[in-house]
Design a protein around this ligand. Structure first.
Ligand SMILES: C[S@@+](CC[C@H](N)C(=O)[O-])C[C@H]1O[C@@H](n2cnc3c(N)ncnc32)[C@H](O)[C@@H]1O
Length: 209
């Protein structure tokens, strides 16, 4: 929790309580349905919460924006972002039902009224979103294929609409197809060794191949 306050010192008392509750909610749910590994539970704020919030250091979301988290698993990056941006609408989707069950319980436990969930493959969704966020779901080419028709073209945030993907390692090969991609190394925002090799990749709406 101190780690979170170090990098997000302006969060409200409500947000502090919600972030504090995350640890016990995930500990309890993980005993029944494994959504976070044992090691990761012990370092939940570093490996999951702060990592997810790396997206917020690259892009703040406006109150009326619609955000889709693809392959949210146990709720990352969607849940930490939904706490940080309580006025923004988040749609969390995952194809595995038991993971969405845990996400629903966490959403209820935190009283997050800006989150809806769907248990299905993302390809089946018809909505349009200002931003698509994700972590550890698919290679960029596959991912872009799944989601590029789901990015809203006519919203007021049009100029910035696009994909924000949390990626690790050397991205040069994977991203060479996308000349408009920007890479934001997370170590620029968070001075923790864990972030040494991790980045946010931003692909704007009209990403060119
Ligand atoms: C490695 S996990 C990552 C979970 C979470 N994003 C995280 O970083 O902790 C990948 C998740 O993507 C989901 N997934 C994979 N392909 C998907 C698809 N086409 N539509 C929806 N979910 C998908 C899987 O069910 C799995 O929960």
């Amino acid at each position: 929790m101190e780690l979170l306050l170090k990098y997000f010192p302006d969060i409200t008392e409500t947000q502090k309580k919600q972030f504090a509750l995350l640890q016990s909610l995930y500990e309890d749910w993980n005993l029944k349905i494994n959504v976070v590994s044992r090691k990761d539970i012990d370092e939940l704020y570093l490996r999951h919460v702060l990592h997810s919030l790396g997206i917020a250091k690259v892009q703040s979301f406006l109150p009326d924006a619609n955000i889709l988290d693809v392959g949210t698993g146990g709720g990352f990056p969607g849940i930490p972002l939904a706490i940080l941006f309580p006025e923004t609408n988040f749609h969390l989707v995952d194809s595995i039902g038991k993971k969405i069950k845990v996400v629903n319980e966490v959403v209820e436990g935190l009283k997050l009224d800006n989150v809806k969930t769907t248990n299905d493959r993302v390809e089946t969704l018809n909505g349009k979103y200002d931003f698509i966020v994700s972590r550890a779901v698919a290679q960029m080419e596959t991912f872009v294929h799944w989601v590029q028709g789901k990015i809203a073209k006519h919203s007021q945030h049009e100029r910035k609409n696009g994909i924000l993907y949390l990626k690790g390692g050397d991205l040069s090969e994977e991203l060479q197809l996308y000349r408009n991609a920007s890479i934001f190394p997370l170590i620029d925002f968070f001075e923790e060794d864990f972030f040494e090799t991790k980045s946010v990749v931003y692909l704007p709406l009209k990403f060119r191949r």
